[in-house]
Design a protein around this ligand. Structure first.
Ligand code: ZN
Length: 623
């Protein structure tokens, strides 16, 4: 049977599995449950350091969130290993330390998947799509709870939930969201020499980080669901920074996906699982394809407070209306109404941020803000309160506004081709504000903020009635025509045309969770009038970029949820297939070591009670 893998994977797999069949697939459940029943072998404590690493001043390791993770100690520099065997020991130790460090955390995990079909002109293109959003629990094993309500919940869930994805009884492929995030660790329970053979391959740079590359194969009797592939280990602390491969020995009727998993050095001494790319499919002539897809999994919200119900109560801010009037008089009815709206707005923004769904205020907001200001000034719009902008951390293409805050999703900013199209997106929400289409005043009542993060979508909603949508579009086009963007709306129109062409296949990406949908029944409705004035959409015109792939513009910091604009130079497009509008692509982050310069500010906030661990952690001598 033919089997074509991506180039980078091919090299890995040639060494370890010359005749690998299809995706190795299995019930990881078997190994997982077995392993879970064994007493968890306590990870070894980090050994003390005689010298600090160059990128770790002695103070930094103490910034580990000791208050939330009493058992997690910041890593401690050891004497450099002298043999490859010692390196392997160090890699195993560091992986166990990472598992311990992350065990009290419940990051958000998002998987967006596109099933592929062959297009004569464009090659593999999306056929349909799936979206999963959940919260991972990394404490005992790896589990997740979902933000999205499961419409057709499976009956035998216990077993089903633990599947990496597989064929159901009706032989219909079912994706199990947990499976896509499985490769955050090599092996949650048994990453050791008893279960794995390590083969050193070479040294290699990933970004700025020099790495040692190892091929890993599970021992013959190591059981199902063991990692099979390659790991990259940075050469200072010997933390794994990348894993690429799959899992070995599937059971009948189940598959393991191939995955490429990346970690980022976002906190001193730890490389945090951040991105996982999965891909399957064979489009060579004569291939009997049963499944073809590509999927991006992102993790973020590692530093979110995991609140107990009591915690939530104390966190609720009830004094969000600041009294800055000089006189001690009661508000007029209109002033009271505006304060009430402000309070609702503040409540919603704060709650979304705490749920990990809204990025903290930052540089991307300034860019959005500039565009909004341009629209306001040229249209002589004067509002009683300034319009603010914020970024939703999720991928589905959506916008909404609450009070005077406009919220745009990360995924939507990603795919917009230029500033004119960004102005198009923002003008619609600005129009709602200008027209006084206020939503959400019910959220001025603070009891309405008391819900679990996972039920955010059931408790919040900012959808306008169709009449307000039409009115906002009309007003928005009016404003755009009077703005500096009037001459730059052709690309915005092209964006709508491109979206229209892909909309029927991308229903999950286009499903708004808080605001109005941009499309109705596969037809673009939002700002659709702009499409008529734009040139014809032509995939073969290489200088016509109507929409970008996902993930190219906005970078989300998995630790503190901050967003920034990607500064990488664009790569020249050489064929229509390079355009990949709205598509999922592999991750290739430029790795670099943690430094204070790019330090997430929230890292320090996570350690209200720093402890010094470097000098007196344990008396074990360094080897
Ligand atoms: Zn709207």
């Amino acid at each position: 049977m033919r089997r074509v893998m991506r180039n980078d994977m091919r090299n890995v797999m040639r060494n370890v599995m010359p005749t690998m069949n299809w995706i190795l697939l299995a019930l990881l459940a078997l190994t997982m449950t077995a392993a879970a029943q064994q007493p968890a072998s306590a990870p070894q404590n980090p050994k003390p350091a005689s010298s600090a690493q160059p990128d770790q001043t002695p103070a930094q390791p103490s910034q580990a969130p000791s208050s939330q993770a009493p058992s997690a100690q910041a890593p401690v520099a050891l004497a450099p290993p002298t043999t490859m065997d010692q390196v392997v020991d160090r890699v195993i130790m560091r992986e166990k330390e990472l598992i311990k460090f992350l065990s009290p955390r419940t990051p958000i995990v998002e998987t967006y998947l596109q099933n592929l079909t062959q297009d004569k002109q464009l090659g593999p293109v999306p056929q349909d799509d799936h979206y999963f959003l959940g919260r991972m629990d990394l404490s005992e094993s790896i589990d997740r709870s979902d933000y999205l309500q499961d419409k057709d919940k499976n009956k035998d869930e216990g077993m089903e939930k633990r599947l990496l994805g597989g064929l159901t009884k009706k032989f219909k492929f079912q994706y199990q969201p947990l499976g896509f995030s499985w490769m955050i660790f090599v092996d949650r329970n048994d990453f050791d020499r008893q279960h794995y053979d390590f083969h050193y391959s070479r040294r290699e740079f990933l970004g700025d980080v020099r790495c040692l590359v190892f091929d890993l194969t599970p021992k013959k009797d190591a059981g199902r669901g063991r990692f099979l592939g390659r790991i990259w280990v940075e050469d200072q602390d010997f933390s794994i920074v990348r894993l690429n491969g799959t899992y070995a020995h599937p059971s009948r009727n189940s598959y393991y996906f191939h995955m490429d998993s990346w970690r980022l050095n976002l906190v001193p001494g730890y490389w945090v699982p951040s991105y996982i790319y999965s891909e399957e499919g064979d489009f060579t002539a004569g291939a009997h394809n049963t499944i073809a897809f590509k999927a991006q999994t992102r993790m973020w919200g590692y530093n979110l407070k995991t609140g107990t119900p009591n915690d939530e109560l104390t966190n609720i801010r009830v004094d969000s209306v600041k009294d800055d009037t000089p006189t001690a008089q009661d508000a007029t009815p209109l002033a009271a109404e505006r304060e009430w709206q402000q309070q609702a707005e503040d409540n919603v923004i704060e709650r979304l941020e705490r749920a990990g769904l809204l990025a903290p205020e930052g540089d991307v907001d300034k860019i959005l803000q500039t565009v909004v200001n341009n629209l306001e000034i040229t249209n002589n719009i004067e509002l009683p309160r300034p319009v603010r902008t914020r970024v939703l951390t999720t991928s589905p293409l959506e916008t909404f506004s609450v009070g005077n805050t406009i919220v745009v999703s990360r995924g939507l900013i990603d795919v917009l081709p230029d500033e004119g199209s960004l102005a198009m997106v923002l003008s619609h929400e600005l129009a709602h504000i200008v027209l006084g289409h206020n939503l959400g005043s019910q959220y001025a009542f603070n009891d309405r903020m008391l819900f679990s993060d996972e039920s955010t979508y059931q408790n919040f909603g900012f959808k306008h009635i169709p009449e307000e949508e039409t009115a906002a579009d009309k007003k928005a086009i009016e404003m755009l025509k009077a703005s500096p963007y009037a001459q730059k709306l052709e690309t915005a129109g092209l964006f709508i045309k491109a979206l229209q062409q892909r909309a029927p296949q991308l229903s999950a990406l286009l499903q708004a969770h808080l605001g109005n949908n941009i499309t109705e029944n596969g037809t673009v409705t939002r700002m659709a009038a702009l499409a008529t004035a734009s040139p014809a959409l032509d995939w073969n015109k290489l200088d016509q970029i109507a929409a970008l792939p996902l993930g190219g513009r906005v970078k989300l910091n998995p630790w503190d949820d901050k967003v920034e604009i990607v500064k990488a130079q664009p790569v020249a497009i050489t064929s229509a297939r390079d355009k990949m509008p709205f598509e999922v692509t592999p991750f290739y982050p430029r790795l670099s070591r943690y430094s204070n310069a790019n330090a997430p500010a929230a890292t320090t906030a996570a350690a209200p009670a720093p402890t010094t661990t470097t000098a007196n952690a344990s008396p074990t001598p360094a080897n």
